[in-house]
Design a protein. Structure first.
Length: 419
């Protein structure tokens, strides 16, 4: 039986492995770290005495690749769907709270404003979003919507940072359109937020490993690849620090690693992709603390914090496109974020509870117009070498959905190649 050798056990590598195994291919995964999941994982934090995710994520009803993936591994019941779709926001500068409630069809009933102070948003303002789909490859979101447009600070910039990890001033209009086309413009069901209340690894990663191992796939942890051996435009071997693997003529190799690692192993790729950080701050709290509106999550305007998630005794804050704060000392950063939490949740406690700061300094590529031309296709100039990752040319932003889609695309190419 032909073997698919997958370098990297992040979501892209795991989704590729899942599809290849279902196509009756032998699968071997090589992972440099002691655990799977890459940037989408959980671990038990002894300081907090809680299971925490390295970063908070929300799925949406329109994330069809991810929902299909969850169905395959049998963990679709481990996510909490919020229905009807609702996205709560708070502007901490004026304490104005509102909710975006996408309707089943286009209408003017988008906002449920509790304080009646929201800017007047008309249907034509939302229809202007259609211009994103007509944008050229070099157009940013700000090129279409000025910063003075009423949707810019309260919808477009938050969405760009959340979905593209890039501020609207730099974000690709076409990439934002791809996101909106699969969610907002498909109606309420496609916009329903889905929360990982059990954690990322228990929901996405652990069930995948169990599924793969039941099908005889091998997952080799702490196995860092040093070099790929090429000959006559084919991969002939994989060189590790303590072993070498020969690649048989009808085998395939998939690089499901970050772009800088991919460039080291396959220099011909010559990648020049800028990356941007994401910062997450986790606090252990008591159960009496709630978010405004008693929501599971909350979007924020006018603050350093962008999104707050609350799960039992864990309160997590996410800051995307976090260049301005990623170099701050952790203690100073935790105090700054806790000061905002105090105000938002009406807590009289100046000293932060136990906390953990997680900085992903290269969380995603910068999803700018330049990035559209820099994202590579899954095929390479090497006959049996393929690439997977949310940073590849999937047509989607670099998210969980993009990661899984990239693995599926790579798997389809591999299956065709090694029939």
């Amino acid at each position: 039986m032909n073997t698919v050798h997958i370098i990297g056990a992040g979501l892209a590598g795991l989704s590729c492995a899942l599809k290849c195994q279902n196509a009756q291919k032998r699968v071997v995964i090589y992972e440099a770290s002691p655990q799977a999941g890459g940037r989408c994982r959980s671990y038990f934090d002894t300081e907090l005495d809680l299971l925490i995710d390295n970063g908070s994520h929300i799925l949406l009803g329109g994330n069809s690749e991810t929902l299909s993936y969850l169905n395959q591994i049998g963990s679709q019941d481990l996510i909490t769907e919020i229905r009807p779709a609702k996205f709560p926001f708070l502007n901490i500068k004026d304490n104005n709270y509102w909710e975006i409630t996408p309707p089943n069809i286009l209408s003017t009933n988008w906002w449920k404003n509790k304080n009646f102070n929201m800017p007047k948003i008309k249907l034509k303002d939302f229809m202007l979003l259609l211009k994103l789909g007509l944008a050229g490859r070099n157009v940013t979101v700000r090129d279409i919507f000025s910063e003075n447009h009423p949707l810019y600070p309260i919808l477009l910039d938050p969405i760009c940072k959340a979905a593209l990890n890039t501020a609207a001033v730099d974000a690709s209009a076409l990439l934002l359109w791809q996101f909106l086309k699969n969610t907002l413009f498909k109606g309420e069901k496609a916009c329903r937020p889905m929360i990982f209340e059990n954690g990322l690894s228990p929901t996405l990663i652990d069930p995948t490993l169990q599924y793969l191992q039941k099908g005889s796939a091998k997952v080799l942890f702490q196995t860092r690849i040093k070099k790929i051996l090429y000959e006559d435009k084919k991969v002939k071997g994989l060189n590790f620090s303590d072993r070498n693997f020969s690649i048989q003529p009808n085998d395939a190799v998939v690089l499901a690693v970050p772009p800088d690692t991919c460039s080291e192993l396959y220099p011909e790729l010559n990648l020049k992709l800028q990356t941007l950080p994401i910062v997450n701050v986790h606090f252990r709290i008591n159960k009496n603390i709630t978010l405004p509106g008693n929501n599971l999550f909350l979007g924020l305007i006018g603050s350093k914090s962008q999104w707050i998630f609350i799960r039992d005794k864990l309160l997590s804050v996410t800051i995307s496109s976090a260049k301005s704060i990623v170099s701050m000392p952790n203690k100073e950063l935790a105090q700054m974020i806790w000061d905002e939490i105090q105000y938002i949740c009406k807590i009289n406690q100046k000293t932060p509870p136990p906390w953990r700061v997680i900085k992903e300094k290269k969380a995603t590529i910068a999803q700018t117009p330049i990035a559209l031309d820099g994202r590579p296709m899954v095929q390479t100039l090497v006959d049996n070498l393929f690439i997977a990752g949310d940073w590849t040319n999937t047509g989607l932003p670099a998210t969980i959905e993009g990661s899984i889609l990239s693995g599926n695309i790579a798997a389809n190419e591999v299956i065709q190649k090694i029939k």
